[in-house]
Design a protein around this ligand. Sequence first.
Ligand code: SF4
Length: 297
Amino acid sequence: MSPSGVKLDGASKRHVRPSDATDHPRHPASQPPAGRPPSLRKLSLQTGIVYGPVESRRLGLSLGINLLPTSYKLCSFNCVYCQYGWTKKGALASTQGLADLPSLDAIATAIEAALVQLSSAGKTVESITICGNGEPTLYPDLGAVIEIAKQARDQYQPQARLAILSNSSTVGNKTVRDALEMLDIKVMKFDAGSEEIFQQLNHPRAPIYMGDIVTGLKELKNIILQSLFVQGRVTNADPDSVGLWVEKVREIRPLGVQVYTLEREPADERIGNVSLATLQWIAEEVRWRAGVPVDVF
Ligand code: SF4
């Protein structure tokens, strides 16, 4: 376990000397690309504030908290691979005043009710994760939500770690960063090492730039980067793109990196997943060139 509680690959801690250079794997270009569409269909939106618990490969048994509307995805990005489909309602940095967002009172009531129910049934969860129907840091009172969740966690499920899955689009905002620092686990999206690929892959709905995201991520402590690799009309898995991305990972110096590919139908049907061999090669690149632990999912 890493200090954050997120499992990271023990092999990644291997010290690599220059003389090991012949062991370094090559990009598996000679292998047939996977590129097949995932068999699972798109995700349905969460229908309430609290959902699960669900078994997460990354966070164990986890109770989910959705701070976003239940009738549409609200996100600052429009990723080509989004498992919810295209972003029909985008958001800028602030969603203050948006009537579709749940109130703090409703969030507090829903979290407490779910934790009381779990405890009464003698069940425990490993994490409580703020995630849901889009980008959770767009919720205007994120710090207040985290305070509420912390108090409820301490009272009913003190073993659970408080986590967030964020797309990193708001890390330039100090108020958001201060709220994020209150969490035990911060899993932050970072898929592209160049501005061009970032714009093609994540399609920000507002003027958001990769360079600013890198700057903001460097300000945060103990983050896990989560990076999804695809190929097809847009790719971030070719050697040049991976090289640029690894350089940025080295600059950000996260606790660890999680690399994975499509599991569900993407928003853009012209992209597909990459092979396991490609993910493993990417993981080796991170270990070798950035010295950061990696998990392949
Ligand atoms: S950041 Fe997440 S929710 Fe938003 S468009 Fe991308 S994949 Fe979908």
